[in-house]
Design a protein around this ligand. Structure first.
Ligand code: ACO
Length: 431
């Protein structure tokens, strides 16, 4: 909604630009006509001040520590909903009725297997190939096996393509882990719900079924809810950008998986456990480690701390910490890394460096401890994040592809290279 304006003065001229207000009263200067009128573009490295789109899916208020999916607070969803219900909410905009949820579950169950020929593709990866590489490649491969759904945006109901991809990603994820460990791939069980079925495909063997403890299934389900969307983060922006070129759902999600892989994004949950393990093994004092992290020339960061948007507690981190305490107590697990994490958090939160920069634990700080307790190996942490984030990616892909005003994303730049150089044949080049 446009209800105000901002004035930009440059080179003796004045430009009035509309100010747009969102439903949560956040405001933005719409610079859509700026270049055409003034020749100017804006420069915003890392996009910290740039709204790339208007979206009705998720709201984050980083100053107040608020996160809502489609208007529902994360605290309520994480305690009362299930991952599948939350996924439905994100993708279709409303909490499902009993009939809608039944239908969603029916399609999920009907599509839990992957095409038998897809299984051979897993053989092409070397042993120990990173599961995130396999996941991304196999999601793109999945598109080749589902040509009818390459044009998912034309599906008026969209429930079939969305549920198929959600169902198959957990089968692919589990298979990527089994393959990386040289274990036989396990077929899904249609009597199990989404999360329990995933754990079965991860941990069962042809000769011994794995029966997941309810506490574990519940903890993983909640973790998936907390990861399900987070507005315009790096991987979601990637999905949206790829979608803006009218690429299909599978290609766009495969690109999002690659973006999520990085240690500054979804890969941080692995980096946190690596950091805590190194501290446990080396015996380095936590105070000394924090001093090292603070040095300007240090390439070490306190992983799992800080966030581009949250300048207060990440609400997901608060929920995860409580869930972590509950799970470990219920399973009777004593994890020395949890103790280190808690002491490190206390030191950081009382240190002016972290206080001044508003650096708090983020979603990844304690999630790795939960995943360890569940028995998920470290190399699979980011894959779990991807399974959780998938409904968000699907919702954003759909928002882009069904928006009649959508244009291809194509940022500008300020060129900083040489102005003009004459080509020199190789024999005439100095040195
Ligand atoms: N440890 C130590 N210092 C930090 C940390 C950290 N974890 N995070 C930020 N800082 C410092 C920076 O050095 C910088 O200090 P300066 O102002 O003196 O130069 C200041 O805080 C601002 O940091 P930026 O890097 O500019 O913040 P940005 O918003 O670009 O980065 C990010 C956010 C990437 C999350 C960063 O905080 C970080 O690297 N954290 C560790 C990795 C991590 O946990 N990532 C997961 C994020 S959540 C997610 O993606 C699911």
């Amino acid at each position: 909604m446009v209800n105000d304006s901002a004035i930009l003065q440059y080179d003796g001229k004045s430009y009035t630009l509309p100010v747009v207000t969102g439903t949560q009263k956040e405001t933005a200067i719409d610079i859509g006509t700026l270049r055409a009128r003034s020749g100017l573009i804006t420069l915003d490295s890392g996009y910290g001040n740039t709204g790339s789109c208007s979206s009705a899916i998720t709201y984050v208020n980083g100053e107040r520590g608020v996160l809502k999916y489609r208007g529902y607070r994360i605290e309520g969803l994480a305690t009362q909903s299930t991952f599948i219900e939350t996924a439905y909410l994100l993708i279709f905009g409303e909490l499902p009725t009993v009939a809608q949820l039944d239908e969603f579950r029916r399609i999920l169950t009907a599509n839990e297997s992957i095409h038998e020929d897809m299984r051979y593709h897993f053989d092409g990866f070397p042993p120990n190939a990173p599961p995130m590489a396999i996941l991304s490649a196999m999601v793109n491969t999945l598109g080749c096996f589902e040509p009818a759904f390459m044009k998912a945006e034309e599906d008026a109901h969209f429930i079939e393509p969305a549920a198929r991809l959600m169902s198959k990603i957990r089968t692919i994820a589990a298979a990527s882990y089994r393959k990386s460990r040289g274990k036989p791939l396990i077929y899904p069980r249609s009597d199990l719900r989404y999360t329990a079925n995933f754990l079965h495909m991860m941990f069962s063997n042809p000769y011994a079924l794995y029966e997941a403890d309810e506490t574990i299934v519940d903890a993983l389900d909640r973790l998936l809810i907390l990861h399900a969307d987070h507005e315009q983060n790096c991987s979601t922006s990637t999905v949206r950008m790829v979608a803006s070129s009218q690429a299909n759902l599978y290609a766009s999600v495969a690109a999002g998986i690659c973006a999520l892989w990085g240690p500054l994004h979804g890969g941080a949950n692995v980096a946190v456990i690596d950091m805590l393990s190194r501290l446990a093994d080396s015996g380095e004092s936590l105070e000394k480690f924090v001093e090292r992290v603070k040095k300007k020339d240090s390439d070490t960061r306190l992983m799992g701390f800080g966030h581009r948007v949250y300048k207060d507690f990440d609400p997901r981190a608060k929920i995860i910490k409580k869930a972590c305490d509950r799970l470990l107590a219920k399973l009777g697990i004593h994890d020395p890394l949890l103790e280190i994490a808690m002491r490190l958090e206390e030191i950081a939160l009382n240190d002016p460096y972290f206080v001044e920069r508003k650096l708090y634990p983020n979603v990844d700080y304690y999630s790795g401890i939960i995943l360890r307790a569940i028995g998920i190996p470290t190399e699979m942490f980011t894959v779990i994040f991807a399974i959780g984030r998938l409904p968000g990616w699907i919702a954003h892909w759909r928002e882009v592809r069904t928006n009649p005003g959508s244009r291809i994303d194509r940022p500008r730049q300020v060129y900083s290279g040489p102005v003009v150089r004459e080509y020199l044949p190789i024999a005439e080049r100095p040195g």
